[in-house]
Write a protein that binds this ligand. Sequence first.
Ligand code: KIV
Ligand code: ZN
Length: 555
Amino acid sequence: MSHPVQGPSADSVRIFDTTLRDGEQSPGATLTSEEKLEVARALSRLGVDVIEAGFPCASPDDFEAVQAIAASVGTTPVEGRVASEPPVICGLARATEKDIQTAFDAVKVAKHPRIHIFLATSPIHREHKLRMTKEQVVERMVRMVTFAKTLCDDIEFSPEDAGRTEPEFLYEVLEAAIEAGATTLNIPDTVGYTIPEEFGALIAGIVANVKGVERATISVHCHNDLGLATANTLAGIKNGARQAEVTINGIGERAGNTALEEVVMALQTREPVFKLRTNIDATQLTRTSKLVSVRTGMVVQPNKAVVGANAFAHESGIHQDGMLKNEATYEIMRPEAVGAGQTLLVLGKHSGRHAFAVRLRELGHALEGEGLDAAFARFKVLADKKKRITDADLEALAVSEFGRGREYFSLDAVQVTCGSNGMPTATVRLRCPDGEVRTHAAVGTGPVHAVFRAVDEIVQAPAELLEYSINNVTEGIDSLGHASVRVRGAGDGGRLNPQHGSGQSPILHGHAADTDVIVASTKAYLAALNRVLANQNAQERTSSPAAAPAPQKAS
Ligand code: KIV
Ligand code: ZN
């Protein structure tokens, strides 16, 4: 087995990242297989011990994405990963033979595969969702864990909604799971209902009362409905849990999951309290956060702990004065510790493509061919405009060139007129799928509104704008602007993310970076509309009356 069992006396906490499974269940956070692989590489580089790569039974796309991650990130440590072993690659399964077999088939090529089985145990889930008695739940779980054990050594079991399960019944279920061969017992607070004192006591109760508990690692998996996910996770760890299930930026179903960066930095910053370490390279936190934010379209709030844009900003005079005298007056962690310090790129406008590609690779972006050419061309333009090019600029260029998907419409030119007098007007020229170049002008309440209206007139995509934001990539007046757009497309989102069930319209996002914020905004909007069109085309290709019903979502 890749990871020995970690009992409460172990001096480290295993980090289990579920950004690609529970995180990807956030509305609109759907990733393509290519993007999932890119995020998995970044997670491996960050040093996570276990990557929950997806829910393979959900759809053929999910299966393939998990398999691709298992075959690459799961077989060889990526460049920059400190650990000499690749991470464990885990696939989620409901408690059915089909789900378990499919999960195993997806992860088995990994050097360290894991199957994660879940079955609800709380009274409300037993009675209303499963319609099963306690005895039936235990019997099904034992049968399924025993079956999974014939395929794979490393088995994790989650009693879904453990936070609202009767403790005595939970002990019984967990004991039976250990007997059947589970090596990790995950305790989910599925609905984010518990408070830290209770959740800590629940874990302490498991340590004290479950026979054979020393043969398994106890894990915690908290949701953030009351804003208590990190506090509950830390309470669980304090009471003996040695695996934490987390997502980057805390993305996830409803109010999200526990944020990886918060748990890791709490353990690191308050080491004397916890006396526990993780394998995470904290200097990778900021860039991994940015990558996940850009790829999922889930913007990080400026005041977000550890990775928010203001996390290390000191505005008030009293604070600034204190900082100048001694940073420790108002700063409990250094920005560099989480990779928020800006490294100046030692490349300039005379640098060659090779040096550029090497630096990108060092930053974890393996761009090649046309993607590399396009990013390099944009780097040259940027180097002409901007005096200081930072790694953050470079990453913004790389992520906007990577995995763009099919471009039905692309920007040829955009021009706006705006100001205090008159009506904001935009003229947009687009290259269209039929090879034509079309131009349209529109007015709006502001220049971006005018641009989007002009784009709508040409593209005519069935989409409704939900969210638009623009942020600077670095400090300074010459910063790149990073635009992010979320739209609701027409039709069925089930194909994109079957965990959301069919019948919902998909939420899709687009993003782009440019020194001109109007150009960045136009490209981001076009990227989102191109995704709507790609989804629509795929639906038209695959729609057939015999299409299988979408599986239920995991929580
Ligand atoms: O929140 C939850 O209960 C889950 C399980 C599938 C572990 O995500
Ligand atoms: Zn969950």
